[in-house]
Write a protein that binds this ligand. Structure first.
Ligand SMILES: Nc1nc2c(ncn2[C@@H]2O[C@H](COP(=O)(O)OP(=O)(O)OP(=O)(O)O)[C@@H](O)[C@H]2O)c(=O)[nH]1
Length: 375
């Protein structure tokens, strides 16, 4: 048991502060070497570029939710890591904000190789004090992330009043009375509260998910194919892979049952979970430098008007006559941004921006972004 590699799963809804926590962990003088796996929603990876730490290797898994379609990829990435034993002491996995942690955790119990060599130390959920109560009303993932947590960081306490904080804390306690709960700003927390906890409690999870230890029935896919569906793989089974919902609301894992709200019910290895299939992403990229005088008014106006439906926006921007990369962050209508570092010699200078939300008007967003290109 003791020589198994500990794995910490960082989860939490879109924009709650997972990357902030990950960077805090990597920046502390902990003397440990981590392998970091980042899974993102949206077809271009941004988080990979926002993770600090020169010593860590970051494995990026884009466009597909780690809890279903790219779970096979997760096993492959971990398998690959295990073959290079000695290079790291622990694994950190940052899931997308839309992931259900149950199937991710299940990976560490039902895959033989992974189970023999790793141990799930804890599921750490970052909760956004400002937006969690809203999301608990309309996002099943947000609820599951809280219910499944061993440790909860109730983050962004600076954005709410003491009464609001007490209320959201009570909601969390109602969903999960067992997790250790910490109130944080910018995920400031001693590392020993999130790492090396040995907190994952299989018995508790089995009361929540009685079928947790059932393996994936690979023949269970509606299309009848018998393999994991990685993004972009054309297996010839005739349906969409990954969460590209351009012409199909099906996430591609083959599950087709729907709940009363019309959401697809996923059944993987005995686990049942739903995703909000209405959530989509729009990714933008250009090598032409942007004009900050155009970009900031455009984005501010857009989130002011469409903020409720834009759950998350983020990007790395190249402004005209600016030697620095600019990191832009948005959660609903709350925007944040800063210069990150100079563009390196020979580095491809491009602006990449992603919007995640409901009913996004792709054409309008693309046109607005194009109009921000500097003359
Ligand atoms: N006001 C405030 N902002 C915070 C706090 N913690 C994080 N943020 C900001 O919230 C935004 C989102 O933080 P991230 O750490 O990128 O969130 P995330 O959960 O990784 O986001 P996704 O991966 O897109 O789901 C960033 O602009 C952070 O700077 C906090 O305690 N207070």
């Amino acid at each position: 048991m003791s020589d198994k590699i500990p794995v910490t799963v960082l989860t939490g809804y879109l924009g709650a502060g997972k990357t902030t926590l990950l960077n805090r962990i990597l920046s502390e003088p902990h003397g440990q070497r981590f392998a970091v796996i980042v899974n993102e929603f949206g077809e271009i990876g941004i988080d990979n570029d926002l993770v600090v730490g020169a010593d860590e290797e970051v494995f990026e898994m884009n466009n597909g939710c780690i809890c279903c379609t790219v779970r096979g990829d997760l096993i492959r990435v971990i398998d690959g890591l295990l073959r290079r034993k000695g290079k790291f002491d622990a694994i950190l996995i940052e899931t997308t904000g839309l992931a259900d942690p149950a199937p991710v955790a299940q990976t560490f119990f039902v895959d033989d190789t992974v189970q023999a060599r790793t141990r799930l130390d804890a599921v750490v959920t970052v909760a956004d004090a400002k937006w969690l109560s809203e999301r608990l009303k309309d996002a099943p993932e947000a609820k599951n992330q809280i219910a499944f947590a061993d440790v909860v960081l109730l983050n962004k306490t600076d954005l709410v009043t003491p009464d609001e904080l007490a209320e959201v804390e009570a909601r969390i306690r109602g969903l999960n009375p067992f997790a250790r709960l910490h109130r944080t700003q910018r995920c400031a927390i001693p590392l020993n509260e999130v790492l090396g906890r040995g907190a994952f409690d299989l018995d508790r999870i089995l009361t929540l998910e009685p079928d947790f230890l059932e393996g994936e029935d690979e023949q269970d896919h509606a299309c009848g194919c018998d393999h994991d569906h990685g993004h972009g793989e054309d297996c010839g089974c005739g349906h969409e892979h990954g969460h590209d919902k351009s012409d199909d609301k099906d996430c591609g894992c083959g599950c087709s049952e729907r709940d009363e709200a019309g959401r697809i019910v996923h059944r993987h290895g005995g686990l049942k979970h739903v995703h909000d299939e209405e959530i989509d992403s729009v990714a933008l990229e250009t090598e032409a430098p942007l004009d900050p005088e155009k970009f900031f008014p455009w984005i501010q106006n857009m989130v002011a008007v469409d903020g409720p439906s834009i759950l998350r926006s983020k990007g790395i921007l190249s402004f005209k006559d600016d030697p620095d990369r600019f990191v832009f962050q948005g959660v609903h209508m709350i925007l944040d941004g800063d210069h990150q570092r100079e563009w390196a010699e020979g580095e491809r200078r491009s602006s990449r921006l992603v919007f995640i939300g409901r009913k996004l008007d792709r054409a309008k967003i693309e046109a607005g972004f194009s109009a921000c290109i500097a003359a």
